[in-house]
Design a protein around this ligand. Structure first.
Ligand code: NAD
Length: 223
């Protein structure tokens, strides 16, 4: 069987770690691409995935040229880049009245620009090989909107539009492009919310709990 090479952005975060593990257990050779600024966090991740075919590579997904260098590096070290999971994401919550241009722009660059930055550099190789799997992690907020998240909801809705358009461009050439839109999942991102906000959210979820990173990782591995 061919070993597929997968890159997971935001790969050392809550969902990213679970996705890396699920893909490695399915036989992929996995690169976790994430910010390189916190050596202790990276070491913790490396301990957690010890024994699996997963390695960390530093990448700022909002940097177009860095994404190009990353794609070239992965292709030359591992032979190809077959699977991309665009999972890196941030929040910069604020009502529109108070939102700064910096909050708007940083969010768009990381949560939406990143998909363009990586896919633009990786798509030619996938088309040449006639195989590619791209999974974009959107959010339920991109469909319903969310108070204080005009930037986040716009980026996540945009990511879904990007997904559907790229899928139309490449479906006939062996490449599938999908997005997964999680509801609220228990990760550092939601742990950063104030307790009373988290409690209010959980009260609206029929299952009575947030989803787990493994719930999402299973869907990504399937796609
Ligand atoms: P997280 O904060 O645990 O992980 C996000 C990761 O992205 C972090 O490891 C962070 O270092 C990385 N990152 C941030 N900026 C980056 C950059 N410029 N370059 C590279 N990496 C960068 O959050 P999470 O909950 O695991 O979120 C993962 C994805 O799932 C995000 O796109 C988020 O929007 C989406 N999502 C999360 C939830 C949830 O409830 N947790 C719900 C819906 C969607």
């Amino acid at each position: 069987m061919t070993t597929r090479v997968a890159a997971v952005t935001g790969g050392i975060g809550g969902l990213g770690t679970a996705i890396c593990k699920a893909l490695a257990r399915d036989g992929c050779s996995v690169v976790a691409a994430d910010l390189g600024g916190d050596p202790a966090r990276i070491a913790r991740f490396e301990r957690e995935v010890d024994g699996l075919d997963i390695r960390f590579m530093a990448l700022d997904v909002s940097d177009f040229d860095a994404c190009g260098a990353f794609v070239r590096e992965v292709q030359s070290r591992f032979g190809s880049l077959d699977v991309i999971v665009n999972n890196a994401g941030i929040t910069r919550d604020s009502t529109l009245r108070k939102m700064t241009h910096a909050q708007w722009q940083a969010l768009l660059d990381v949560n939406l620009g990143s998909a363009f930055n990586l896919c633009r550099h990786a798509i030619d190789g996938m088309l040449e090989r006639g195989f590619g799997r791209i999974v974009n992690i959107s959010s339920i907020s991109g469909q319903t909107g969310n108070f204080g998240q005009t930037n986040y909801a716009a980026a996540k809705a945009g990511l879904h539009g990007f997904t559907m358009s790229l899928a139309r461009e490449t479906a006939g050439r062996g490449i599938t492009v999908n997005s997964v839109s999680p509801g609220y999942i228990a990760t550092p991102m939601t742990a950063a919310m104030p307790e009373h906000v988290r409690e209010k959210i959980v009260a609206t979820i029929p299952a009575g709990r947030m989803g787990t990173p493994e719930d999402i990782a299973r869907a990504v591995a399937f796609l």
